[in-house]
Design a protein around this ligand. Structure first.
Ligand code: PMP
Length: 427
């Protein structure tokens, strides 16, 4: 029956929505950072960057159940939870970011963030970062330049999208000690746009580089690029969809790590722990500018059920100290991965912070030739060993380590031991 279901999936589901594995386990249920397939086999979920609280959280399940029984409607009606969630989000952000839009996904959040910038500045051009992913809607797709996600990304880019080099400090134009050159290079792109009479409406990027497997931006990068954007009259958009909500351990938001304050913040994924929920938070005058030039209403965005999900996720994150757990377990995991790097030359680098980590595999430490096939084989071997992991980056040579934030030290050790085995026997 499992193979029949797989065939039915191929027949009924659009092929662009590929599943993770060559022979994917049929998942039936989950608990914390564990998943169980229909044969009763358990897996460590090391790649789920949405379910921050873990799978099957009883507090969330009960809160949703209770709210569904009581009421669900849309935010044109007046009820407490949507107000409370908006206030809680604003309180987590710098002063001035006090106006909230509630949507259903990261793609919607980024799309709306761009629309707000267009409305507030009266401009159209946008500066984004190469090799990024920001969503699948028209605007989000336009600024998503990752060719791993979309091979046509660069060829189909509309004229209003301008890119700056991806600020990758491990590879690319300015690696290692030269990575401080990425900032001035991005500033020069903005200056060129200003000179050519097309100053940008916005600069948009992830404040911690997701597609590289969780890599810090070079020190001072956002400070320089945000300053240039603002000087030109543009707005700074932070895509916190993947990195935000405590995953870094050291900070709740990615932009805090760079010491900057954005004008518009897009949030999703962790915010709903898997329930469709996202938000855009901005300043009042930006939201008001949009009111006179654009339309926004979301039938399910900020519904009573979604709002209760958002509030419960924040409560559980706080009560269970999950950001702290991401910091301590993440530090332990990182240390063990670095030790593994001494043993296995295939490991070129360990990126990231907290439970937003990446292990990059290379065939040669000097040329940094990506070990793409090896990474795929290692992920298949890890699955056989009961660990779910996937490659990321445009070169598909980085392990995407983004487990639920309830990961334990014991499970982190199980993962590292399995990776050690896969690196020894797996490719
Ligand atoms: N921005 C970033 C940085 C993301 O990682 C994603 C999802 N991978 C999105 C936007 C789009 O979010 P969603 O899948 O919820 O539409």
């Amino acid at each position: 029956p499992e193979s029949v279901l797989l065939e039915r999936r191929v027949m009924s589901f659009a092929t662009v929505q590929e599943h993770y594995f060559q022979t994917p386990p049929q998942i039936e249920r989950g608990w914390q950072h564990h998943l169980v397939d229909t044969r009763g086999r358990g897996y460590l979920d090391m790649l789920n960057n949405v379910t921050v609280l873990g799978h099957g959280h009883p507090r969330l399940a009960e809160a949703v159940h209770r709210q569904w029984q009581r009421l669900n409607t849309n935010s044109r009606f007046h009820y407490a939870s949507v107000v409370e969630l908006s206030e809680r989000l604003s309180a987590l952000l710098p002063d001035g970011l006090d106006t909230v839009f509630l949507v259903n996904s990261g793609s919607e959040a980024v799309d709306l963030a761009l629309r707000l910038a267009w409305a507030a500045t009266g401009r159209r051009d946008v500066v984004a970062v190469e090799e990024a992913y920001h969503g699948w809607t028209y605007a989000g797709d336009a600024i998503s330049t990752s060719t791993a996600d979309n091979p046509n990304a660069l060829a189909t880019r509309p004229a209003w999208v301008h890119t700056v080099p991806t600020p990758n400090s491990y590879r690319g134009r300015h690696r290692g000690p030269d990575s401080h050159l990425y900032g001035p290079e991005a500033v020069a792109v903005i200056a060129d746009l200003v000179r050519s009479g097309r100053p940008p409406a916005a600069f948009v990027c992830e404040p911690y580089y997701g597609n590289a497997g969780g890599m810090a931006l070079p020190d001072g990068y956002l400070e320089q690029v945000y300053a240039a954007t603002r000087e030109s009259g543009g707005l700074c958009i932070a895509d916190e969809v993947q990195v935000g909500y405590g995953r870094l351990g050291s900070h709740f938001w990615g932009f805090e790590q760079q010491g900057v304050e954005p004008d518009i913040v897009a949030v999703a994924k962790a915010m709903g722990n898997g329930h469709p929920l996202g938000a855009v938070i901005t300043r009042r005058e930006i939201a008001d500018a949009y009111r006179s030039q654009g339309y926004f209403f979301s039938s399910a965005g900020g519904s009573p059920v979604s709002s209760v999900v958002g509030l419960t996720v924040l409560d559980v994150l706080r009560d269970e100290g999950l950001q702290d757990n991401a910091r301590t377990v993440g530090a332990h995991l990182r240390t063990r991965l670095l030790r593994l790097a001494d043993k296995h030359p295939l490991i070129g680098a360990v990126h990231g912070s907290g439970l937003y980590l990446g292990v990059e595999f290379v065939r040669d430490h000097e040329t940094r030739e990506p070990a793409t096939e090896e990474t795929a084989a290692i992920c298949e071997r890890l699955r056989e060993l009961g660990v779910l992991m996937q490659p990321t980056s445009d070169r598909m040579c980085v392990l995407k380590i983004k487990p639920p934030l309830c990961l334990t030290t014991t499970s982190a050790d199980v993962f590292v031991d399995a990776l050690d085995d896969a690196l020894t026997h797996g490719w």
